[in-house]
Design a binder for this molecule. Structure first.
Ligand code: NAD
Length: 342
């Protein structure tokens, strides 16, 4: 069977993850990689046997005969790259968030529709086993209708201060809030009507990173559901897991609770701290990639091969991103904000 020829733009931490998944997939191969840091692009190319290396995505769009492109650049640098490759007829896997401004969101949607290509956004929590199970139970109807929910998805400070070089140009709302928001929309099977968010900042600024610390948001859905969403980048670095991830949903005839980060499936203690390794998210078993963060990327290839719809549509990602923009605005002005299209 034909292999999907993949290109990757952005050879950072997550771009390398993409390369490893395509490299392992029997129906995919990575033919091109691009990063403005040439040395880094060459390093990843050598490790995964990628023949074409570029430092300019426009040159890659012009020259490469890849079938699809993964866009794995920082949160706010997705739109121009997506439009360039859409105009060349390449299918797209865009890392979350879709984009961080209304202008960029609509630019991507317009280019995808005009060129008739397929696009998925990597909102991977739908592949997270406990969440996927919760969704199946809710969809079966045995719990009645979703009524209220609480979701907390926080990172330790290190992600903002050390892991990402660009956290001051993004926010925890884009980096993790996009996952939380997509999860809520999916569970409620509904769209966000209105949001009210309160934020705090100062701790990260003191550490030299000019971004907000934490957002606490109330979300109202169109059909009456309510959720509370917490996203912060200030969990103490000593936490046993990078994430602090909790979820509960109260339905009219039942409820579900999930502890996705300190689950203690595996607990490891070294001289200086305790760890709860992220085995549900991303790990390897006999050198093969396992974990839901890999499954979403693999699923993109599967669905290009079998032609079925992506499990996260461009419309899903657009709606989540527009709701995040409303949350940002609400936290800025201290008032509830309606989510509006356009
Ligand atoms: N789905 C997930 O679980 C997940 C996990 C981590 C990151 N991400 C997302 O993936 C994206 C990348 O994150 P990361 O952690 O790999 O960041 P990173 O900083 O490690 O990598 C980004 C790379 O993009 C390169 N780059 C910047 N501008 C470019 C351009 N114009 N052309 C080509 N390359 C360019 C940088 O040099 C860098 O190597 C972000 O949107 C992030 O939110 C998703």
């Amino acid at each position: 069977m034909k292999k999907i020829k993949m290109g990757i733009v952005g050879a950072g931490v997550w771009g390398e993850t993409h390369a490893s998944i395509y490299n392992e997939h029997i129906f995919a191969e990575v033919v091109a990689i691009c990063d403005i840091r040439e040395e880094r692009a060459r390093q990843v190319a050598e490790k995964y046997n990628i023949k074409e290396v570029y430092t300019d995505f426009r040159e890659m769009a012009e020259k490469s005969d890849c079938d699809a492109v993964a866009i794995v650049t920082p949160d706010f640098l997705h739109a121009d790259i997506a439009v360039e490759f859409a105009n060349k007829g390449k299918h797209l896997l865009i890392e979350k968030p879709l984009a961080t401004t209304k202008e960029d969101i609509y630019k991507i949607v317009e280019a995808v529709e005009r060129n008739g290509i397929r696009a998925m956004v990597d909102l991977h929590n739908r592949w997270n086993p406990p969440f996927n199970t919760a969704k199946q139970k809710i969809a079966s109807g045995i719990l009645g209708k979703p009524y209220t929910a609480y979701i907390r998805l926080n990172d330790i400070k290190w992600v903002a201060t050390d892991m990402l070089s660009w956290s001051d140009k993004s926010s925890i709302l884009w980096f993790l809030g996009s996952h939380s928001l997509d999860t809520l929309r999916w569970m409620f099977d509904d769209e966000v009507k209105r949001v009210y968010s309160v934020k705090r900042s100062g701790l990260l600024k003191e550490l030299g990173v000019d971004t907000d610390d934490i957002f606490l948001t109330t979300i109202e859905f169109k059909n009456g559901g309510i959720a509370h969403m917490e996203n912060g980048w200030i969990t103490p670095n000593g936490n046993t897991n990078i994430n602090d991830f909790k979820f509960s949903i109260l339905c009219t005839e039942g409820m579900i609770s999930i502890d996705a980060s300190s689950h203690n499936l595996i607990h490891m203690v070294t001289e200086d701290r305790a760890h709860t390794p992220d085995i549900l998210v991303s790990n390897t078993v006999f050198d093969r990639c396992k974990g839901f963060a890999y499954e979403s990327i693999r699923d993109f290839i599967d669905r290009l091969i079998d032609g079925r719809e992506f499990r996260v549509s461009l419309e899903d990602a657009k709606k989540s991103a527009l709701a995040i923009i409303a949350i940002q605005e609400s936290a800025e002005i201290g008032q509830p904000v309606e989510v509006v299209e356009g």
